[in-house]
Structures are given as structure tokens and as C-alpha cells.
Design a protein around this ligand. Structure first.
Ligand SMILES: [Zn+2]
Length: 412
């Protein structure tokens, strides 16, 4: 065979490979991507939908309109978005760490657990409570949505280690150690007063050990960088960041730096990327909207301290501003830049998705759960394969969850 023949053969082989590459452009490409997306097993690792369960008129069996103050998740829109499972967050805002504050936090958390269990019972034709890494597939096979429970902010543990196993028995499978302020467990990445413990506190170490023992995933979203490093050093099982992005792509203390991502991969953990615009990309200043929002906040004060009915009034006014000042949001393409960056840095096995819908999330072209297929479409256009997408959409998180279960089983 001459050199020329070999070159011709090589070129035609390359062309053949190229022409086999699926084309996801245009409307037919979109339809092909949607079909592929619907065939994936999918889970969203973080939503604050339980906050809405205390709002009168909330019915998760009915499709609501998030552009008119409705929520971003309900069972009809999970179906439209091809979403098979979701983590509902038991979120309790940080307040004073006094005996009264602690009692409040615990009572509030228990009320939220009740409301989640009640909503699943009320919608038992659509959903079931999920407790283990194998439940997502099992519940999906029964034609229902899996509802997992996470806890956002360890405040309700309130210095009583026995509460960790109590929450486990109520279904909790991850705990985000803190929220936007420091607590008794660790420092937050966003506390205006700066660090208090220099990372994880002594009590926080006991909490992490207890979570490892029980098989509850440790969630490092929201915690300070030093607290992250402390957790990575002491956790005997892989950890998750249930809703954070890459700091190198969008500089925000809530996002993980490259060094943290490398440590997370070495730990075997996973970062679940959120679609919260401010953590995805810096958008243009919007002073009209900012000052209108500030006026609402000034009127009501700290929303986290309000009773349910006053908070509902605030939410109504807050969302009404979207009509006058339509939000300028980051895009799915900018979101996928985080995926590209992380995959380049630590490979395909440590990324997943945790939207933070109903907790402030929403992109211009992924505004609620029904628009999740737009993420799959963009990633297919960028050359990711079906098996990559399966890892992102649940494989990586379920692997971590299973390892956490096994590590707990081996110590008991
Ligand atoms: Zn959060």
C-alpha cells in the first residue's frame, strides 16, 4: 500500500467517524436530545420546595406558574422535565444560638419533616419517600417520583448529637453543615463577621463522625473553605456539595475553588452544580430591580425571622417585582461552562446537578424543573456522551450515596 493510499484511507475513516457523530442542532436535534434525556435516570440533589409547603394553596399535584409567584417544582413539571427524583431540603434559617433559638430550630425542623411526609402521602399516586441509593431506580420503576430528604443547615441539631440519628430516622440522607451564618458546627463561607471556629468546631467533628456512622452524606455547600478542608480531612466517607459551582468560572465564596475541587475528587466526592444565576455568572448591574428589592426587604426586615403568613406577603410582593423588572439571568450555556471546567480539572466522575429551585435558582433558559432538558441538550452539543450524562444526572451522586451507606454498614 502506498503512502498516498494510506492517507486516503485514514482521511475517509476520519470522515466516517465524524459523520457518525450525532447532530443535535436545530429542532430535530432538540427532539433527539429530549428523547435521550427522558431515558436517563435523573435526580436533583437540592430544592427548597418545602418552604412553599407552608404557603396556603400550594398543591404539588398542580402545575403552577413560577413567573407569577408560583413554585418551580411540582409533580407535573418534574414529569415534563424528565426528573425522576428530588431532594427536598429541611431548611431552618440561622438565628440566635440560645436555648430559645435552639428549641425553635428543632421544632421548626420537625414541622418541615412532617410537611414533607404529609405531602408525599397526599400525592402517593405520584411520589414516594426515598431512603437509599437504590430507591431512585426502584421507585422510578413503579412509575413514581422519588422524594429524598436533605437538611440545609445543621442548626436544628442544636448541640444535641442524638438529634442526628433522630433526623436520620425521619429520612434525612444529607446535612448541609451550616447556611449563610456560622453555627455551632462550623464557619460559613458568607458570615459577615468572618470565621468563628477557624473551620469545623469540636462539636462539628462529632457531628461529622456521627453522620459517617449513620450513613448520612456530609454536605459541604455553604461552609467556609477551612471548614471544607477540615471535613475532607476527617470524613471517613466521600462528601457532597449539594448545590455549589466552580469559583474559577464564577468568583463567589459559595463556589468551590480548583484546589477544593481537586481535594473533593481525591475524597471520591461529588459537586452538584446549581442553576442559581449569581453563582453561575456575573450579570450586568440592574439598579432599578436592586433598589425595588431592597425596598421590600426594608419593609419586612429579615425574612428568615418572619412568621409564615407575613413571609408569604413578602414573597408575593417580591415575586411581583419580576413583572416590572424582568430578571436578567445567566444562561444554560454559562452553566455548562462550569461542567466543562470541572470535567477538565477532575474528570467526569465528580459532577452532578442540584438546582436550588425554590431557593433562589433560575436561569434564563432553565427557569424551573420542566426546563432541565435544556442542560442535556447543551451538553450533548458540547460533545458529552449519553453515559457522561447519566453520570451527571444521577450516577455520580448515587455512587457517593452508596459508598456512604457501605462505610456506615461496615462500622456498625
Ligand atoms: Zn443553599
Amino acid at each position: 500500500m502506498t503512502r498516498k493510499t494510506i492517507s486516503i484511507l485514514l482521511i475517509s475513516a476520519l470522515l466516517a467517524v465524524n459523520s457518525c457523530k450525532p447532530d443535535y442542532s436545530g429542532e430535530s436535534g432538540r427532539a433527539k436530545a429530549l428523547k435521550l434525556h427522558m431515558g436517563l435516570l435523573t435526580v436533583d440533589s437540592h430544592t427548597d420546595t418545602p418552604l412553599r409547603l407552608f404557603r396556603p394553596g400550594t398543591d404539588l399535584s398542580v402545575r403552577s406558574d413560577p413567573r407569577r409567584g408560583g413554585g418551580k417544582l411540582d409533580f407535573p413539571r418534574m414529569e415534563e422535565g424528565g426528573l425522576d427524583g428530588v431532594f427536598f431540603a429541611v431548611f431552618v434559617a440561622q438565628r440566635e444560638r440560645t436555648p430559645e433559638g435552639n428549641t425553635y430550630a428543632r421544632g421548626r425542623a420537625l414541622a418541615i419533616f412532617d410537611s414533607i411526609h404529609a405531602v408525599v402521602v397526599r400525592n402517593s399516586e405520584y411520589a414516594e419517600i426515598a431512603l437509599s441509593s437504590s430507591d431512585l431506580r426502584a421507585i422510578n420503576k413503579r412509575g413514581k417520583k422519588a422524594v429524598y430528604i436533605g437538611m440545609e443547615n445543621g442548626f436544628p441539631i442544636a448541640r444535641d448529637l442524638s438529634m442526628v440519628s433522630r433526623f436520620y430516622s425521619l429520612g434525612v440522607r444529607y446535612i448541609t453543615l451550616c447556611h449563610t451564618s456560622n453555627n455551632d458546627i462550623c464557619d460559613s463561607s458568607t458570615d459577615e463577621g468572618g470565621p468563628e471556629h477557624g473551620g469545623l468546631s469540636e462539636f462539628g467533628r462529632e457531628v461529622v463522625a456521627e453522620m459517617n456512622r449513620l450513613g448520612i452524606m456530609v454536605d459541604v455547600s455553604h461552609i467556609s473553605d477551612q471548614a471544607f478542608y477540615d471535613v475532607i480531612e476527617m470524613s471517613s466517607a466521600p462528601v457532597i456539595a449539594s448545590h455549589s459551582n466552580a469559583r474559577a468560572v464564577c468568583d463567589n465564596p459559595r463556589n468551590l475553588s480548583d484546589d477544593m475541587l481537586l481535594k473533593l475528587a481525591a475524597n471520591g466526592g461529588v459537586i452538584q452544580l446549581c442553576v442559581l444565576s449569581d453563582y453561575t455568572a456575573q450579570t450586568e448591574p440592574y439598579p432599578g430591580r436592586d433598589s425595588a428589592r431592597q425596598a421590600v426587604m426594608d419593609k419586612y426586615g429579615d425574612w428568615e425571622m418572619l412568621d409564615d403568613s407575613t413571609r408569604n406577603l413578602l414573597f408575593t410582593e417580591w415575586y411581583a417585582l419580576d413583572e416590572k423588572f424582568p430578571p436578567r439571568l445567566a444562561t444554560v450555556s454559562q452553566f455548562c461552562d462550569h461542567v466543562d471546567h470541572i470535567v477538565d480539572l477532575i474528570g467526569i466522575d465528580h459532577v452532578g446537578f442540584g438546582s436550588d429551585f425554590d431557593g433562589g435558582a433560575g436561569l434564563a433558559d432553565c427557569f424551573d424543573e420542566s426546563e432541565l432538558p435544556n442542560i442535556t441538550l447543551e451538553l450533548l452539543r458540547r460533545g458529552y456522551s449519553r453515559s457522561d450524562l447519566q453520570k451527571f444526572w444521577s450516577g455520580n451522586l448515587l455512587r457517593v450515596m452508596k459508598e456512604v451507606e457501605q462505610a456506615a454498614a461496615s462500622t456498625s
